[in-house]
Design a protein around this ligand. Structure first.
Ligand SMILES: [Zn+2]
Ligand SMILES: [Zn+2]
Length: 393
């Protein structure tokens, strides 16, 4: 173990160099052409890996270990977000309209580090370790779904794991939990069809803005009065667009929002509960509506025994002072697609610190990482690969 720790420490500069290169050159989902080419080129420098492209912008590295064991899939996502970076450090995004604001540059650097470590000790590695550099996590239906459904990536995989860096946790802290970890993120689209007219004569119109405001208010009753307090449900209207000027009541209003659940039964009920409110409110005011409910990623439900093993690994690797049981989060992740095909667990590694000014929330224009988190990520993920690939008793 000491030897592994030393080798990770020796990798520090390389991890930072990979991360900064990726950070400077962000590409959004399904457009990760240079990113994938860079990852592939770096992997080809490492001995003993079989490198391929399961899709145009994803990269797979396979390491056949020298000892018998199981097949483990390790996953990193590689895509950036369509937004402007506001950081001023010299490795800030060089591409306008794209930024690594979720930490996927760090995930990629970590998995490259794991690939390097394991490839240098292939004879000691049990089973087979597949390392997938996945495209398009930020765009539904997501790169994971494509890899799982349309490539043979999951054939023969016994167990899967991966991590997300988390700016809201102190750098170096590891958290994991069995069972429900991340929510299913679904999307709603509502159009309210009213009847436009003069702002001075609302009685001659059906005002879609006034009706839309009622819809938004009443949707919160779905959460507070139709669903038990302990059944997690979030309904957020995040977009409300209508009108063109100050004295015209418009014809229509468009609303969009997100619906978050863990429980599959509640998730199936959610569209009906929401549409009932939209239908009732619009009918009460003489408006019409159009309602679309789009199911997003499934919730991330960690397999109990895999989460338990990751907890043990964390206690050994980072120590009890840097470990906590995770709390579930209403955020979503397409890691869930892998969990449909194999047992597995997703965990978080803290990347927040005052020294690195890295406590900004994910998806914020000032988001960044405390790069010490990269080493923790490599330690955790390489130890997880070695442990999970051990032959089953
Ligand atoms: Zn994100
Ligand atoms: Zn992310």
């Amino acid at each position: 173990m000491t030897q592994t720790v030393d080798r990770v420490t020796a990798l520090r500069d390389q991890l930072v160099a990979w991360r900064r290169h990726l950070h400077m050159n962000p590409e959004v989902g399904f457009h990760e052409h240079e990113t994938a080419a860079y990852i592939e080129a770096e992997l080809r420098k490492m001995p003993g890996l079989t490198v391929s492209r399961p899709t145009e912008t994803s990269v797979l590295a396979v390491l056949k270990g020298g000892k018998p064991g199981r097949t483990v899939l390790l996953r990193a996502d590689i895509d950036a977000l369509p937004m402007e970076e506001e950081n001023t450090f010299e490795f800030r995004s060089q591409k306008s309209g794209a930024m690594h604001a979720c930490g996927h540059d760090g995930h990629t650097a970590i998995l490259l580090g794991v690939a390097k470590l394991l490839s240098e000790q292939a004879a000691e590695v049990p089973g087979e370790v597949r390392m997938i550099f996945q495209h398009a996590e930020e765009i539904g239906p997501g790169g994971a779904e494509e890899l799982v459904m349309e490539t043979g990536l999951m054939d023969g995989v016994d167990v899967v794991t991966g991590l997300h860096l988390n700016s809201q946790l102190p750098v170096g802290q590891v958290v994991v939990k069995p069972g429900a970890f991340m929510a299913a993120p679904d999307t709603i689209h509502i159009t309210i069809q009213g009847k436009g007219g003069h702002g001075a004569h609302p009685e001659q119109t059906v005002d879609p803005i006034a009706v839309g405001a009622q819809v938004i208010t009443n949707l919160q009753h779905v959460v507070s009065r139709h669903v038990a307090a302990l059944d997690a449900l979030v309904v957020s209207i995040t977009y409300f667009q209508s009108g063109t000027t100050h004295n015209v009541i418009p014809d229509t209003a468009t609303l969009m929002g997100t619906v978050r659940t863990f429980d599959p039964e509640l998730r199936q009920r959610a569209p009906g509960l929401i549409e009932r409110v939209v239908k009732g409110i619009t009918a009460a005011h003489g408006a019409n509506y159009d309602f679309k409910y789009e199911f997003g990623y499934r919730p991330v439900i960690n397999t109990d025994w895999v989460a338990a093993q990751l907890k043990e690994i964390a206690l050994e690797t980072v120590g009890p002072e840097h470990y906590e049981d995770a709390k579930p989060t209403m955020g979503g992740e397409d890691f869930s697609a892998y969990l449909e095909k194999a047992p597995g667990a997703y965990f978080n590694v803290g990347s927040g610190s005052d020294e690195a000014d890295s406590r900004w929330p994910h998806h914020h224009p000032r988001f960044t990482l405390d790069e010490a988190s990269l080493e923790t990520g490599v330690r955790m993920l390489s130890a997880a690969a070695l442990r999970l690939a051990q032959p089953q008793e």
